[in-house]
Design a protein. Structure first.
Length: 309
């Protein structure tokens, strides 16, 4: 599996009990051509494409689009690959969704001291993969079967033309520099120079701008930014010459840093995290090879075009 595919899968994986029942009506998921019958108590989310329980922030059904081939993405959902990331594969079976090949996966994942159970439908083709991820706490024994039922009701309308950007919380000036839009991933957008995955451009520039799915407790904002740096697959060392600097884009305060890949000595990343007052955050990530005159200034110019809708 290529490094780009691993990054896309990494982006995805980094995501009082009521008396529940199943609603009767199909509801379309905004910004997609998918619809399903959500469990009772699940409402369309304002934080991501999908549904969320108002009284249970750990219970949700989320759609994530990945601009990569299904044949490669599904390799990340094997027992071995998932175990390497601290996840346990419970069940996997082949399915179909409309004209698409699909996989159905059930898994467990521990995060921050709690265990999640997930019911996941993955489908796609050689250019795009879609992951519908239903999840809740393992302790919610009455809820998970209803999430499983909801995932089983998913329908795809291939005649419906949708704008994947329509549900995003922000815009970027995509005409400002030489970048091509690759696709929407979660709450964000992915770009590179040539539209290929992996990119074949000389500077190897990849840009991803995203909004968090939920609020976070980030009282130590500088520490939060450094902690995010440690979550990438490769180890990165902070560029102390440029340091961690305060920035503001579109009136939102945050921090910017540069870091160097310790395994690939020619690669640099630029990371910015902005912290709106609602407790969410926006993260800007660019990776590129050093030694190209306009790359750093292009990234800076593009990031500064960010506007909240």
């Amino acid at each position: 599996m290529t490094k780009s595919m691993k990054l896309l899968i990494w982006i995805f994986l980094l995501l009082p009990i009521l008396s529940f029942g199943q609603e009767n009506d199909y509801v379309r998921i905004g910004g997609t051509n998918l619809s399903l019958v959500p469990p009772q108590g699940f409402e369309p989310s304002t934080n991501f494409k999908g549904f969320q329980m108002e009284d249970n922030p750990y219970a949700m059904i989320m759609v994530v689009e990945i601009p990569g081939p299904f044949s490669e993405i599904k390799k990340g959902f094997t027992k071995k690959a998932m175990a390497e990331r601290g996840m346990e594969l419970i069940k996997k079976e082949n399915r179909a969704l409309s004209s698409y090949e699909a996989n159905y996966v059930e898994m467990e994942q521990e995060a921050n001291g709690v265990v999640f159970v997930k019911s996941i439908l993955i489908y796609g083709n050689e250019t795009q993969t879609v992951i519908v991820n239903g999840m809740c706490l393992k302790e919610n024994q009455d809820l998970f079967p209803l999430i499983q039922d909801a995932i089983s009701t998913i329908k795809l309308d291939e005649t419906l033309d949708v704008d994947p950007r329509s549900e995003l919380a922000f815009t970027l000036n995509e005409e400002l520099i030489n970048l091509e839009f690759i696709g929407v991933v979660g709450n964000g957008m992915l770009f590179n120079r040539d539209g290929n995955i992996p990119t074949e451009s000389e500077d190897q520039l990849n840009v991803f701008v995203d909004k968090s799915f939920a609020t976070v407790n980030a009282s130590d904002k500088e520490g939060f930014c450094l902690q995010r740096l440690s979550q990438y697959d490769d180890p990165y060392e902070l560029d102390n010459d440029k340091g961690l600097e305060k920035v503001a884009i579109d009136g939102i305060q945050g921090y910017s840093l540069f870091a160097k890949n310790e395994l690939n000595k020619g690669e640099t990343i630029r990371q910015i995290i902005l912290f709106p007052e609602d407790g969410s955050y926006f993260i800007f990530h660019a990776s590129y090879q050093e030694g190209y005159e306009n790359t750093e200034s292009d990234v800076d110019l593009f990031f500064k075009s960010f506007k909240v809708k």
